[in-house]
Design a protein around this ligand. Sequence first.
Ligand SMILES: Cc1ncc(COP(=O)(O)O)c(C=O)c1O
Length: 397
Amino acid sequence: MAIANKIASHISKSSWIRKMFEEGERLRQEFGVDNVHDFTLGNPDVEPPEAFRRELMTLAGQPLPGMHRYMNNAGYAETRTAVAEKLARESGLGVTADQVIMTCGAGGALNVVLKTILNPGEEVIILAPYFVEYKFYIDNHGGVPVEVWTDRTTFQLDIEAIEKALTPKTRAILICSPNNPTGVIYPEENLRQLGELVKKVHQRNGHLIYVISDEPYARIAYDGKQVPNIFPLVESSIIVTSHSKDLALPGERIGYLAANPRMDTVQQFMEGAIFSNRVLGFVNAPALMQRLVAKLQNSSVDIASYQAKRDLLCSSLSAMGFEMVMPDGAFYLFPKSPLTDDVDFVKLAQKHHILLVPGAGFGAPGFFRIAYCVDQGVIERSLPAWSSLAKEAGLRG
Ligand SMILES: Cc1ncc(COP(=O)(O)O)c(C=O)c1O
């Protein structure tokens, strides 16, 4: 084989979204774009905020000397300060630029963190349903993913189950709120309990367990809900995030990681993470984007339009008989599959020209994911197809 066995095996295990994409292309060619309802990809359909374009034009019109050169591997001080000020405001803690590294998206940040903290064979707890790339990122750095389910009806943290899964090899717990794929936000009280759990283990035997909070959807929250800042709640926490979703810039690869200033070992962690950012080949986050996002730390895309899409889909699908947890944020729905086998259900949906991802792709068979970061017209046009799909799957329709 021309490629490593492990990569070939990972490709075959992660091919759901790719398979759906290929099937979508085939259906689009055969039936036309407007007759295929594609809910597979978490690629924002909205444009970045107007302020982004304005700043981009200003920067292009008045270029700064040396603005395309290498910089400190952690990123520009100006950008890290803007991020730190925002985190300090949200957490009430003295976060400084020294605790922030600009990264190539949340994906880049996760790889930097995992490379920095993992010794071979150490375990990272991931919470099902989870973002499937987590497993591959953990494997990139010699770690072992350990799957623990969230509560199967609410998708909220199951602290007891997490506690049971801890071993002397546990190095980190990876959480995501607002969650991909379920859209739930973990409330402050549950995050505090998680913080108390890892603190108890640390006090008992000096075993440091990091809580990595992956939060690229933190600014996409509905009904006035706030996503609690993790720093005051979990001492050993690291935030990883990006502007892929909140500023609709996924192609620009810009995000950051930030370490809790209350961690005793924060300085050593940051030294390690800056080194990892360099030797993973990222070197630094894209220079131009760093300049721009420094000015956009309090901006976001139009959240109301995502909320309107959530409301339309949730009310329409519930009326047809689909069961789901109402998401508090992000732009995904994760309903129960009406057929026992979620893969069979997704195949049936294809017959109705609706493209979905089975829950099995998120470590959660029995469910399916709808990404509703699509034009409102796509949702409206898809409703008759959803209705006939529901009927064929034994629901009201
Ligand atoms: C939960 C979660 N984490 C991380 C990422 C990676 O995002 P990016 O690397 O574009 O910031 C995504 C992208 O969809 C995601 O859904």
